[in-house]
Design a protein around this ligand. Structure first.
Ligand code: IVH
Length: 360
């Protein structure tokens, strides 16, 4: 993986990215010590970014919580002694900026589209036929992937740094939630590629994390979130990013505005190689029958995933060919969302108590 061989923004070339080097006292200030602190600062930034990546992107923790905290505290001590070393990309800055009065509107150059839905085999066959007819082929190559039940987000990286995050809004105009999104540990604040990346994806929350949040909310008299989607979008739009920082939000990217890749699969692989989180559940499907097989298999396994999904998105793999297939006014014709029937739960009403108020 290329990610950790590159220079990380908050310092010099990486040496010991495991972060296991010895802590140096933060209050010594001779020039050589300063340089040593600068180097150590860069090492710690890289080590913490690497551990976040292992935990949130690869689902393979590389360090204990205690060791993570030790590294984090060492970094914080250095920054307290040397405030000039603090950059917006430092892991210490994930605690959240000061609250704001409201959100600034962001008008995007390329609007965020919705997806058309397919509810049965006929809908799927219609979708596939239209794609094949537009391309003049007998069989189209698709990529199938989970439809994640969260809140859509656009995140832009420029010069290797995360510079902007905005909500979907009406597709064309969203709201600037950069300060909130910066607190999401799953999101790298730097990537080892200086080109512009305008990424689209989903902010979501694990079901188990939602249960824990709801328990705390109910205990303190607040209404619980009805579902992970509400929890994710509510947390994203908190005016105080310090509160967003306390919500265990996650993100997966599934779309890129710029044409840095020729196919959807190459794009997903490319993002992952840059350290950007993707769902890693995609499958290339040659033709409609293969896509249907993915849908059937995914339906059996999706409840085992720690996050909620409400369908499968089927996308034409060839990004160049998508232009030929085109868009309707609100959705691409080269993709569709297969929707599973919503889960229903039955509640047995045990009793109703009526109170008569003071005024009768
Ligand atoms: S692709 C032009 N892929 O579903 C491409 N969307 O109604 C449009 N969503 O608001 C989106 N998982 O936030 C795409 N794997 C996925 C998705 C996905 C969830 C959401 C997205 C959008 C909605 C579409």
């Amino acid at each position: 993986m290329v990610f950790f061989e590159e220079e990380v923004d908050c310092g010099t070339k990486l040496g010991d990215v495991t972060g296991s080097g010895h802590a140096r006292p933060a209050d010594m200030s001779s020039p050589s010590t300063s340089d040593a602190q600068k180097t150590r600062h860069a090492e710690l930034c890289a080590a913490l970014a690497k551990h976040n990546h292992a935990y949130y992107v690869l689902d393979a923790p590389s360090v204990t919580d205690a060791e993570y905290d030790r590294l984090f505290n060492e970094l914080r001590d250095i920054e307290e002694a040397r405030p000039e070393l603090v950059t917006p990309e430092s892991p210490t800055q994930r605690v959240g900026a000061k609250p704001r009065e409201g959100f600034v509107k962001v008008t995007r150059g390329v609007r965020m589209y919705s997806l058309g839905n397919a509810y049965d085999s006929d809908d799927l066959a219609d979708f596939d036929r239209r794609v094949r007819e537009a391309l003049g082929v007998d069989e189209a190559l698709y990529v199938c992937e989970p439809k994640i039940d969260g809140a859509s987000i656009e995140v832009t990286y420029q010069g290797g740094k995360m510079v902007l995050a905005s909500t979907r809004g009406d597709g064309q105009v969203g709201e600037d939630v950069t300060a909130n999104v910066r607190t999401i540990r799953a999101l790298p604040l730097t990537i080892p590629d200086t080109r512009t990346f305008t990424l689209r994806g989903e902010i979501f929350i694990y079901g188990a994390d939602l249960d824990a949040i709801n328990e705390t909310r109910v205990a303190s008299g607040e209404a619980p979130f009805a579902n992970p989607r509400n929890a994710a979008s509510g947390s994203l739009r908190l005016l105080d990013p310090r509160l967003s920082a306390q919500r265990p939000l996650r993100v997966y990217f599934y779309d890129l505005v710029e044409r840095h890749f020729e196919s959807h699969e190459a794009m997903l692989d490319g993002l992952l190689a840059l350290g950007l989180p993707t769902h890693r559940a995609q499958k290339k499907c040659a033709g409609l029958e293969a896509a249907k097989a993915y849908i059937a298999t995914f339906d059996k396994t999706r409840t085992e995933l720690p996050y909620e999904t409400d369908g499968v998105v089927i996308k034409l793999d060839d990004i160049g060919a998508r232009e030929t297939v085109g868009f309707t006014s609100r959705a691409p014709k080269w993709a569709t969302a297969w929707k599973y029937a919503p889960e229903t739960a039955q509640t047995r009403l045990l009793s109703i108590t009526c109170d008569v108020g003071r005024t009768g």
